[in-house]
Design a binder for this molecule. Structure first.
Ligand SMILES: Nc1ncnc2c1ncn2[C@@H]1O[C@H](COP(=O)(O)OP(=O)(O)O)[C@@H](O)[C@H]1O
Ligand SMILES: [Mg+2]
Length: 332
């Protein structure tokens, strides 16, 4: 792709000659964007990242990062990138600032420049006050924020975030999203983010590739992927069953179903375009409504559509299967 900062061509990784972790991956990532790799555990996200950051070598295909070939020019690639791995890397027995300084030294950042960068970064993620405390005293969220800026001390052009909010509670996760957005806009870095939380990808990524079993299933902006389902749901609750029967005769929608309790579920291509039609129908037929709701599909539903299972099911577990069943029922 023209102007791509990361370009991959049939990138493949087969571990030990048998585990097909990534198969013929083709993706292009533009400079300055946040690009999401979404998929359940074991989909091949970390393997993809590890190839792009030159930690492991591909068994097939090619990729360039910032114009450099990941196999032939791995040293140049490493200078351009920052990496925040899935697992913690910071030394718990050092302070936050000491960790940052150590990594700066590793990258040969001149001392004065390093101090300046560290100050800016600590401020960016609200860790100034905790900077001189031992990392072992940090909360989970603070640690993740520290990891985030450890990946940035040498001013990389491209930042890889592998599951940046794994294990954080919902509230801390949402805070982390704001820090990631702030970093992207202030420092103007390209960010490649993996996550198995689809709402996280939806919130952060300009474009996303959904991967499962080492293959890209679909790529697009979160909005495009959701629109591709042609499945907004408008639920209308009426005052009596007779009105329900009338409502069911509406034309020009994808599907109308009786959801019980005087409610009809109307599936439409786009609620934004089709809602006026429904409201006109209600008024023309003199129906009275007690409730009207619009539900747009989420990326979870996109995943379900393209894989035939929910992301939680893909990760296994009894709860996951129950939730999946409920979700299917709700969309029927
Ligand atoms: N070092 C390895 N050796 C053998 N198999 C591996 C290795 N690392 C990962 N795998 C396997 O490759 C697949 C993809 O794993 P991974 O890239 O870690 O997925 P994700 O990050 O999406 O959870 C899984 O089946 C995993 O068990
Ligand atoms: Mg992983």
């Amino acid at each position: 792709m023209e102007g791509a900062i990361i370009d991959r061509n049939n990138l493949t990784k087969i571990y030990n000659g048998k585990v097909k972790a990534v198969i013929d991956l083709n993706l292009s990532i533009k400079e300055g964007e946040i690009y999401g790799l979404a998929g359940p555990n074991g989909a091949g996200k970390t393997t993809t990242i590890n190839m792009l950051i030159t930690r492991i070598s591909p068994t097939g295909g090619k990729a360039t990062v910032g114009g450099f070939d990941i196999t032939k020019n791995s040293m140049q690639v490493r200078k351009l990138i920052g990496v925040v791995p899935q697992d913690f890397t910071a030394d718990e027995d050092l302070t936050g600032r000491e960790n940052l300084t150590m990594v700066s030294q590793f990258y040969d950042v001149p001392k004065a420049k390093a101090q300046e960068n560290i100050k800016t970064l600590l401020k960016l993620v609200d860790l100034e006050e905790a900077a001189d405390r031992l990392v072992r005293t940090y909360s989970g969220g603070m640690r993740k924020r520290l990891e985030l800026i450890i990946g940035l001390v040498h001013e990389p052009k491209i930042l890889f975030l592998d599951e940046p909010t794994l294990g954080l509670d919902v509230q801390t996760r949402t805070q982390m999203w704001n820090y990631v957005k702030e970093i992207q806009s202030r420092l103007n870095v390209t960010i490649i983010l993996t996550s198995h939380y689809l709402e996280e990808i939806d919130e952060l990524a300009a474009r996303v590739s959904i991967i499962d079993h080492g293959k890209v299933l679909i790529t697009g902006s979160p909005a495009q992927l959701k629109e591709s389902l042609k499945g907004d749901i408008i639920s209308v609750t009426l005052t009596d069953q007779k009105s329900v029967e009338t409502m069911k005769t509406i034309q020009g929608v994808v599907e109308v179903t009786d959801a019980g309790s005087n409610t009809v579920r109307i599936k439409v291509v786009s609620a934004d375009n089709d809602l006026p039609k429904i409201i006109n129908f209600i008024s023309q037929h003199g129906l009275s409504t007690t409730r009207l709701t619009v539900q747009k599909p989420t990326l979870d539903e996109v995943f379900l559509e393209y894989t035939g299972k929910t992301i939680r099911e893909a990760e296994g577990g009894e709860d996951a299967r129950k939730m999946a069943m409920n979700m299917r029922r709700a969309r029927q």
